[in-house]
Design a protein around this ligand. Sequence first.
Ligand code: 4AD
Ligand code: MG
Length: 468
Amino acid sequence: MNLQRTEIRAVWHDPAALLGQTLRVDGWVKSARDSGRVGFIDLNDGSCFTSLQVLLAADDLPAYSDLVKLGPGSALSVVGRLEPSPGGGQPCELRAETVKIYAASPADYPLQKKRHGLDFLRALPHLRARTNVFAAVFRIRSLLALAIHRFMGERGFVCVHTPVITTSDSEGAGEMFRVTTLDLARPPLDGTGEVDFGADFFGREASLTVSGQLEAEALVHAFGKVYTFGPTFRAENSNTARHAAEFWMLEPEIAFAALGDAMDLAEDLVKFLARDLLAQAGPELAFLDRFAAKGLIGRLEALERTEFARATYTEAVRLLTGAAFRCPARWGADLQTEHERYLTEKIFAGPVFVTDYPREIKAFYMRANDDGRTVAAMDLLVPGIGELIGGSQREERVDLLRARLAELGMAEENYAWYLDLRRFGGVPHAGFGLGFERAVMLMTGTANIRDVLPFPRTAGSAGARREG
Ligand code: 4AD
Ligand code: MG
């Protein structure tokens, strides 16, 4: 008989409906134990966080003594009856009638049944998703990605795919990875001895994008509300727990909108994500709250409830003045992580939007405020992380934008298309970028960005040796 496989999530979805039936469940051994004439295997098939207990009875199974010795990570196909479980902890268990072994784990399987440190597991990116902590974090990552699409879709945003390869530095920060097919040992040179990028694949210099914003701005002038959600790349040499070289960003863009509209959308989004997770990720959150991030569920409930504070940069600097920092806050300088965390953790004790930053420390496209010194920018700071979101109202006045490019020494011909957006039906518009990994860190209570990316790429590290 070739029995169809039943996923464990179907068992937990409605145990009563399947009780008494003969099922085939395929999965991996989390742990096995032998109590003499009976043994137990916790089997997980990845379809949900919670494993299914398999009961092995020596009287039923000729290979009993081998089966109870199976190591964690072994892969099995079990056929048996779903029965009420006499032991506490689970409503039902699968009483094995036949067990087929796909693969028995050898003794050197690195994930034995004990708690491993995150540092140890970071060296095993190809295996660590099999541990409870990473199974919880990466499934929450998936739920958050799907929730983002749902939120934006429900609000009528058009999902657009902006390019990964680009020829413009949208943030103007010079932190781009070059994309080239030139032979680095012998690049073609032009008349002046410089590398001739005209001979390169795209006929000019190209890089990996740092943000899809500029292209999203083009598309928002057709659709009114758009978002792009995809990988972005930054060659920032900051080796911190919150920076990755490859990370994902959600970037909504709204036409006929001002800075406040972008903040309202950002606040609604973050609360929606917390609410959605509380509703959908019960077992994962309960596990993390208990073993990895104490108090996580309470923090998510508070996040969903509280109104986000709003303060201007100038007020923020005033609030920070006098507090002891390694680097004191000073009007005109960027807020350091220690400042951001002090604001959100100590002063506001919750999320806070800081708005209206000095124009000198922000990107060229941000809309000039009437005071002549600041721009209509916002950063959303959250406890434990610092900056989660960065956004702004965009400069829609073509003369001011052109003047700003010139002031910054940026070649206008590279931004001709971007200026066209203002010349042809340009309207006030605003948007923001949400760092997806930072959102996952916030919602899982994870301290290091390397532990929310399945295969993290950070300065000095593009994958473990054995990752493949
Ligand atoms: O503040 P940023 O640089 O803003 C932009 O790129 C705008 N173009 C977004 C927009 O308005 N459409 O980046 C946005 C967010 C940050 O707030 C942060 O959460 C995240 O992206 N981020 C990073 N996350 C991980 N690693 C890095 N190296 C990051 N750099 C930025
Ligand atoms: Mg920023």
